[in-house]
Ligand binder design. Structure first.
Ligand code: FAD
Ligand code: MG
Length: 340
């Protein structure tokens, strides 16, 4: 068992070549994340070309969505309190999607937390615990419902002081866009690894399912493995991006929009399994914010995806839809399967 866990520490790609399929793979850094695209196609030349198209598209998305690149559309919006003069369809799509998810999750998913996240130092790595007064003051700028997406157009104003950050859905959206490129090029078997975001297309060339490991927050290995096809598997957790104060209190990068403070609940990580990357990404963040009981309740009312929750007391909880496809690889204190 130990040996298996080590082998699955990130992702399994059994690169068996069959049916004349050639494997192409490309790794690069974008969105501050080490990304790897692996795909199977009829020739190495074609495979390389598709990898390059995906890398270019992701770069293009970063140039629109980055909060730090001074030439990006989001940067313009955040610094001018106005939608850019030529509103890009990608930005409109994410604003509309975010508005929908903000409503559906009762504000747990909120892309307008940037002033608060910055104050805590997560963008600059100059970490700081703001005063209660400062947090109260900044919370006034985070009401995303103040943006009316049905009347948005180029040059529309956005509320003064509001700043947006699509960090919680950018990689999921990038995976959706990469899938479009794969499909357009007739690729039927691929695996994209965008940090905590995995996207599988089809099955492996030998017809078997992809095997994806879910990170173990306590050992760094794999907590469980999932066998699947054509699904996004997106994990949000507090164990990678965080800081600690002198007293050892841990502050993570996922924020509770109702308090303006880093989440500090029962969960160690949330993994969402869905065919839509940006939906999975938004939900991995939102369910983490909701915390264990409310996350399960939310799924019962919206069962169009599957989930895996790892709790701080080493419980594994997952939705019944993946019961035949999940393999625990860790000695959990408790395992619970949630039926709808
Ligand atoms: P997720 O859970 O998917 O997202 C958490 C992130 O979403 C947080 O880091 C925060 O930014 C935001 N967030 C926190 N709470 C909420 C909430 N309740 N609702 C909605 N959003 C919330 N990182 C850098 O350090 N430097 C960069 O230059 C940089 N550029 C980036 C450019 C793009 C286009 C994107 C998409 C990401 C970039 N990042 C950069 C990474 C980014 O800052 C986040 O760290 C990363 O996207 C977090 O993803 P995750 O999967 O770990 O967590
Ligand atoms: Mg997310």
């Amino acid at each position: 068992m130990k040996k298996i866990a080590l082998l699955i520490s990130s992702i399994f790609i059994f690169s068996l070549l069959s049916c004349g399929q050639v494997k192409s793979s490309e790794s690069f850094t974008a969105m501050n994340t080490f990304m790897t695209v692996s795909l199977y196609s009829s020739s190495a030349k074609k495979g390389q070309s598709v990898c390059n198209q995906i890398q270019s598209r992701i770069q293009e998305l970063e140039n629109i969505l980055s909060t730090t690149l001074s030439t990006s559309d989001v940067y313009y919006m955040n610094h001018n309190n106005q939608i850019p003069n030529s509103l890009k369809p990608e930005l409109l799509e994410l604003l509309e999607f975010s508005s929908d998810m903000y409503k559906k999750t009762s504000g747990a998913f909120n892309p307008a937390l940037y002033p608060i996240i910055r104050e805590w130092g997560f963008t600059t790595e100059k970490y700081n615990v703001p005063s209660d007064k400062k947090i109260e003051e900044l919370l006034l700028y985070t009401d995303f419902s103040a943006i009316n997406t049905s009347t948005l157009h180029a040059s529309s104003p956005i509320p003064a002081g509001m700043e947006l950050d699509f960090g919680a859905i950018g990689k999921g959206y990038a995976a959706d866009q990469a899938l479009l490129i794969l499909e357009k090029n007739g690729i039927t078997s691929a695996l994209l690894d965008f940090g905590g975001n995995i996207q599988t297309l089809g099955r492996k060339p030998d017809g078997s399912l992809w095997r994806v490991g879910i990170k173990n927050p306590w050992t760094g290995g794999a907590a469980c493995a999932l066998s699947l096809e054509s699904k996004a598997v997106v994990t949000s957790g507090g164990y990678e991006r965080f800081f600690e104060d002198e007293s050892g209190n841990r502050y993570i990068h996922i924020f509770d929009p109702s308090t303006g403070r880093p989440c500090d609940g029962e969960l160690e990580s949330v993994t969402i399994i869905s065919s839509n990357g940006k939906y999975a990404d938004a939900l991995s963040t939102a369910l983490f914010v909701m915390d264990k009981d409310s996350a399960i309740e939310w799924w019962k009312n919206n069962p169009d995806f599957d989930f895996i929750l790892l709790t701080k007391n080493k419980e594994l909880i997952y939705s019944s839809g993946i019961k035949d496809f999940i393999e625990p690889l860790f000695q959990f204190e408790k395992i619970s399967v949630i039926q709808n």
